[in-house]
Design a protein. Sequence first.
Length: 105
Amino acid sequence: MKIIVCIKQIRHTYARTGMDHARHFLAPEDDVYRINPHDEVALELALRVKDTRENIEIVLITLGPLIADEALRRCLAMGADHLFRVDCNSGMDSWKKSLALSQTI
């Protein structure tokens, strides 16, 4: 059996250290790239199922460029078996993204 977990990479603003009012006092180094916390919980639940049953593979799927590659490697280190990245541009609407995701699955 395969369990598919969709992982979204997000940019989280950690602090406001910038001086520019036009950028709302945000500096480029204020951003931290990470995995959506709800997706991390879904991965943890999939790992719990994998621990209780045999012949289970966990497949991670993410859309877009690799902005949180360190966090994605951590997800693989937690016990996921495969990671697939669907290359899509930022101009895609939600319908096209869901179509690309369903075709990947």
